[in-house]
Unconditional design. Structure first.
Length: 142
């Protein structure tokens, strides 16, 4: 059934006609569902004729949109913080001497203790594992 808007006068006339000629015949004649009729009757009883005026459909998702906007703002702040942190780490790594960086590649802290096999790298001194080199030379990064 095609959706249709009814004016206040049309609604009042249909409600009166249903009282006089019978509910089923009136609803069939105008192509109205019973739920619509009972909604109009309830609005008339509770709010008077003003309750039958055409009401604009209100969007209830305005609150939800506001929540999403707040979440986007928070995520943008987090992203900006992470980008700043990455930039600072990159700057610190650029300033480290190359020999300190060579000893760190492939090292896993605590590996020696778990597996009893030291990791060796290209810049290692004889008998010195990467973990040992890291623990002696590692600067504190953010």
């Amino acid at each position: 059934m095609k959706r249709r808007k009814w004016s206040k006068e049309e609604k009042l006339a249909i409600l009166k006609e249903a009282d006089q000629e019978g509910l089923e015949a009136t609803l069939r004649k105008h192509g109205i569902y019973p739920s619509t009729y009972y909604t109009w009757r309830k609005q008339l009883r509770l709010e008077g004729e003003g309750g039958l005026e055409a009401q604009e459909r209100r969007r209830k998702d305005g609150h939800y949109i506001r929540q999403l906007e707040d979440e986007v703002a928070l995520l943008k702040e987090l992203l900006a913080g992470w980008e700043m942190e990455i930039a600072l780490k990159d700057e610190l790594l650029k300033n480290l001497p190359a020999r300190q960086l060579a000893g760190r590649q492939g090292s896993i802290p605590g590996r020696e203790k778990r597996h009893n096999t030291p990791l060796r790298g290209p810049g290692d001194e004889a008998g010195q594992s990467l973990v040992d080199m890291w623990s002696k030379q590692a600067p504190v990064l953010l």
